[in-house]
Design a protein around this ligand. Sequence first.
Ligand code: 4AD
Ligand code: MG
Length: 461
Amino acid sequence: MQRTPVKALLSATQPSDDVLVQGWVRTRRDSKAFSFIEINDGSCLKGVQVIADATLPDYPEVSRAATGASIEVRGQLVASKGQGQQWEVVARTLKVLGEADATYPLQKKGHSLEFLREIAHLRPRSNLFGAVFRVRSRLAFAIHEFFQSRGFLYVHTPIITGSDCEGAGELFRVSTLDPKAPPLTPEGKVDYAQDFFARPTFLTVSGQLEAEAFATALANVYTFGPTFRAENSNTSRHAAEFWMIEPEMAFCDLWGNMDLAESFVKHLVRDAREHCAADLEFFGNFVDKGLSARLDFVLDRPFQRCSYTEAIEILNRSGRTWEHPVQWGDNLQSEHERFLAEEHFRGPVTVHDYPRTLKPFYMRVNDDGRTVRAMDLLVPGIGEIIGGSQREERLPILEEAMRAHHLSPADYGWYLDLRRYGTVPHAGFGLGFERLLMFVTGVGNIRDVIPFARTPGNAAY
Ligand code: 4AD
Ligand code: MG
């Protein structure tokens, strides 16, 4: 007999004579005549209540069914007489598959997130993390649905790469050389010509450059995969390994790019609302009271747009004293991004046309010569969740931008070919999947929306 997921039991439309439930015990209450056991199997937030009558032949098993134990129950699905649930299972047979003793760390609610991070292998069994990872799974699916239904092709860009797309030098090296005695060049440098790939290689920080090659052949493409940054920032929004979604569109400019980003984010919020309603309600009750109103607001209003130059004026007119004062040419810090999204625009805002000195080499240079066609989508509570741009499609200007960023055009011959042969205006962006999940769930730390977080000093598991 096949098990029925708890979710299906709880949404049953009629009773059933014979069902099989398998899962983990959340709680058990014993009285003289019965035991009530709540079983959760991760299919939904709620567990199903099982009633085990003390006269059952299997009743001695019940005493072994402690919190955390895995059990299987066969019995009848009946309308519940008790409060708080519509259906319950009256056990006919009950078997403990794996016991859990009193050292099981998730005995009751009320553990801190910090503690739960230290048991990342067990935390998916808690309400909060079950909900987070159901939403994560659903939205991963919704991402493919969004692009596939619009005719975008999914491209698998490499994870090991020789290029530093963002030019920020935050690369994890991939090498099989002996770290104690690497081969050296006559100048005394490590000789990567003798390494596995016969050249220096790294974990990718972004699939964009390769996505551009496919967009200039297949027109509309997207990537969705892991990216890696050896960024030594110990913040609640930075991970060393995170997932990024990167659409890339030929025949598209910055405005088309912003339109896509807005429909994309709205689609994902709407999808989570529709398919993860119970989990979002849980987040609204226990994580972030303002969540529901904030998500409504995101769906109801067009995203605001403002140039970097305007943003600097807004910040300087605000009358605030900033920890990091800003002038034209400075990077926006988290406090500035959050002020714009939370207090000034009070909702998502796309800041565009940044100084070229702040952005990577590939962004299209504006006629003013000092700004580029960049866009960052900032949202309340988090700041940047999307970074993107229209790309520089003009060969000589791109070569010059590379030199200005201390990159050698000779190392990027294949990328420049995309401009040599049939170049077109094109644009794309990257959405940080974990940042989106933080936004949709209200969870405040990136470590809590990724199964096994990798952050500076931490790669347990
Ligand atoms: O703004 P970024 O660096 O843009 C790019 O990588 C472009 N190549 C994307 C493109 O145009 N195809 O990163 C994009 C997004 C950020 O807005 C942020 O949401 C997320 O990736 N991100 C991180 N998320 C978690 N931890 C980190 N260390 C992140 N760095 C960037
Ligand atoms: Mg960025």
